[in-house]
Design a protein around this ligand. Sequence first.
Ligand SMILES: *Cc1c(COP(=O)(O)O)cnc(C)c1O
Length: 431
Amino acid sequence: MSPNFSTIELMTQTNESLFERGQRVIPGGVNSPVRAFRSVGGTPYFVASGSGARVTDIEGTTFLDLVQSYGAIIAGHAHPKIIEAIQKAAVDGTSFGAPTPREVELAEAINERVPSCEKLRMVNSGTEATMSAIRVARGATGRPKILKFAGNYHGHSDGLLVSGGTAMASLGIPASAGVTDNAIADTVVAPYNVVPTLDETFAAVIVEPCAANMGLVPPAPGFLEGLRSECDRVGALLIFDEVITGFRVARGGAQQLLGVTPDLTAFGKIIGGGLPVGAFGGRAEIMDNLAPLGPVYQAGTLSGNPLATAAGLAALSLLDDDAYALIESRAECLAGAFVNAFGAAGISVCVPRFATLVGLFFGDTPPTDYVSACTTDEALYAAFFHELLDRGVAIAPGAYEVMFPGLAHNDEVLTAISDAARAAAIAVASH
Ligand SMILES: *Cc1c(COP(=O)(O)O)cnc(C)c1O
C-alpha cells in the first residue's frame, strides 16, 4: 500500500500520544469502557482502517481481528457491498424525519427471516431495543416486574444495569453508580440456565438465548423451553435479546436454531452493517401498543436512518444459509486451533462454541452461569491477549467477551491465527 497524504499524517501520531490526548477530553479516553484496555493493561491501539479480517492502527500495525466491532461486523471490515450501499444512500441525504423506503424493506427483511417479529420498530442501538421492548412488555401486560439473568448484558439502560457481565464484570461492579434503587426495584436477577419461578407481577423475562457477555455460555438443554412455559403459565412475555445472536448464529437467529419462540426480540449489531442501529419486534398485538397506535411512547429523531438501513440491508443480503454454514465451519476450526494451542502449552482452557460464536474460558470446567463464568483466570487472559496481539492477532481486551469469526476469516487467516495462538500460548506458559 503506498501511503497517501492522510496516512502519512496519521503515521506521525502514536497510540500513546492519541490516548493521552483522548484522556484529556474523553473520560478514560474512550467512548465505551472496554476499549480502554483496563482489564488487560497497556495502551489501546487506535484504528485507522479495516479491511476484511484485518484492522490497521494509526502506527501502521496490522492485526487479524476477532473483535469485529463486538459482533456488529460479520462480513468483514469495509465490505465493498456495504460501503457501496452507504455511499449511495449518503448522496441522497442523511436524515429527514419522514419515513423512507428502506425502513419498510429492512422490517420486511427481518420479518421474513424471523417470523416471530410480525411487526418491528427501528431504534439506534441495542440498548434502546431492549429498553423499549421492556417498556412495551410492561405496557401490554400492565405489570411492573421484569426478570433478567446474572451475567446477561442488555445494554446500559438503568433498569437493566445490574449483573451485566462484560465490562462490568471486568471492573467488578455489580450495579452502576447513578442508578437509583427505585430504577432497579422492579428488576429481579436470577441465575442463568435455571428456570425461575414467576408470578403474575412479572411483565417479562429477558434473556440472551445464548449468553455471550460472560464469555460464551450456551443455554442448557431445556432452559429456554422451560422459560417459555413458565412465562406462559403466568402470562409474562418472553423477550429474547438477540443483539448478538440475531443474524449471527443462523439466518433466523437463535430462536430458529433452538426452536423456542419468544414474544418479543431485540436486535442490534449486525442489522446496522456497522452503523448505529437497533430494532425490536414481536407479535403484532403486543407491538401495536406502541404510539401512535397505542399508549406506549417510543420515538427517535434518527430511527430508521437512511444510511443505517442501507448498510443493514446490504449486510443481510450477504447472509444466506450457506454463509452461516461457512462461518460455522470456521468457528469450529478456530475453536479447534485454540484447544490445540493451549493443549500444546499445557494450559487448561475451555473453548465453548455455539454455532458461529467462540468463547475462551481459563479453567477446567465450562461455565454454566455467571458465578462459574467469573472464575475464569483474568490474569491468564490478559497475558494471552498481549502475547497474541504482539503476534498480530486481536481478541477483545476483556476476559468476558467472545470471538466473532465471519465471512472474511478464510483459511489463510485462520491458519495465521492458529500459528499465532500456539506461539502465544507457549509464551504464556513460560512466563
Ligand atoms: C451489545 C449488546 C447490547 C447493547 O447494544 P448497544 O448497541 O451496545 O447498545 C444489548 N444486548 C446484548 C446481548 C449485547 O451484546
